[in-house]
Design a protein. Sequence first.
Length: 622
Amino acid sequence: MRVEADIFTDGTDQVACRVLFRHESEAAWREARMTPIGSTRFRAEVVLEEIGVDFYCVEAWIDRFRTWQRDLARRHGAGHELAVELAVGAALLRRVAEAAPAGEAEALERRAAFLASDAELSARFTAGLDDALADLVDRWAPRHALAVYDRGQRVVVDRARARFGAWYELFPRSTAPKPSDHGTFESTIAWLPHIAELGFDVLYLPPIHPIGRTNRKGRNNSSTCEPGDPGSLWAVGSEEGGHKAVHPALGTLADFRRLVDAAQASGIEIALDLALQCSPDHPYVREHPRWFRHLPDGSVRFAENPPKKYEDVYPFDMETEDWHALWLEMESIVRFWVEQGVRIFRADNPHTKPFSFWEWLIGRVKADHPEVLFLSEAFTAPPAKYHLAKLGFSQSYTYFAWRNTKQELTEYLQEIVLSAVKEHFRPNLWPNTPDILSVYLQSGGPGAFAVRLVLAATLSASYGIYGPAYELCLDKPLEPGSEEYLDSEKYEVKHWDLPDESSLRGLIAQMNRVRRENAALQRNDTLRFHEVDNDQLIAYSKASSDGANVLLVVVNLDPRGAQAGRLRLPLRELGLAPEAPFLAHDLLDGSSKALRGEWHEVRLDPNVGPALIWRLEASPPV
């Protein structure tokens, strides 16, 4: 954690400052001295070694001894008499000795006596400027005019999965090997080798709970439900149970725990949808009517976002007079699934719940389980998205799906990964979801899916895909102008023929392998965009924290036609000597070549590949 502060005082005295920090489990503070990086700006970097919450503050004070050292050097340079100033320094050391323990007090007294002695002036002058002496004084000198900046600052330290990971969304009910069957947790386990082979870290499951029957939606979100229609998974709850139950057709809780264990054995984590809403048949509706908003005719108001209507869903009334019991019950839902082995939750539409609720819920859960992560699915105003991140969400969906041009992508990524929000907002880029089939994907053919995959996987350390639909490049909308899928899996059980030769599985596996093998793609803060004289080509680089791993990515944004341009590489910024040759290792085709200079011709044909990814390194001396 890097802490910076502008620290100043009246007059010309030197100031000193430090960061005090401690983990929430610790009583004692640790400290790190801050060093100057400008006229008033100071910085310290501290290592926070445990997940959880750390507290920190900044202390600053006037450093009388270093002020004396500075002035002593200036007087010497000006040819002033130094004897009196050395006596002043000796007096300062004696005052510090009064506060020091015996051994160090004696050392300070000896130094003071030497400064005030009749020894050669040049020797006393040199001794007075000793840095080791100043460090000794630092430990025991009184903090004069001490100022403390403490507004309850805290920093949440998450585990590495909050920073880096590839997500795959899958509906368990669509995992059966036979087209006519309903999938189960057991059949989902059979999918794990495929997901692991693709290189994904997180398997995200939409709601797995019983589905209501009242106002159940039919295929393609029809208000008419035909016999056999399974309904929307987000209409949570029926007479078979609510948020702490699983849909009987999927199996049992024991089956779900076996899925969690099997995924873990494959190096995959299970993420679960947290849809805090109910179908009209949810037990809560009968048992806790005060948790819902009622209309004048006595009916419960269903969810809507005009012109959209969700007659199969009742939202909770978060402002009910019985809000405390409601919030506690919602907390118990999260804790129940934590007990089943879930450590990642994707919160559905969190911006429709009070901000104070999320701060309360996430804080309470992470106090006992700091390893739990929350992904925010809040498609709302950016300030609200960023505020949810500040309140505790580990990651957030973004508007990446709708940023298509070079200018749009450049400006948006600079906003979400390079501006001040990077201190609390972690983006998770999704080119598609069950709710989002962008116009770019609808109109660009398989090449568009390849382009957006490479962009998502390289622009952000965390990304995800709505898996089978993306692998197979499904691009048919419900109707012109709609971003809903035709025959959406949200309303029917699907059967996926993944061995299809036209699938993107090869490119997906290749991209995830490149991500795992290159630390540069596992962080966001080193993202830099580079000049290329074709608006259909976007170029950017990333580097590991130590600078040892530097990757250059160039993507053709035209999914149907070849594009060429001149690319400028700022070699010095990339850690390369401008006058020397360097090596470019192509991580997609395995080739390597020696290059020289800043300007390079690039040409990308979507029929061959949508991008180049070069690992750059200095050419070894001949």
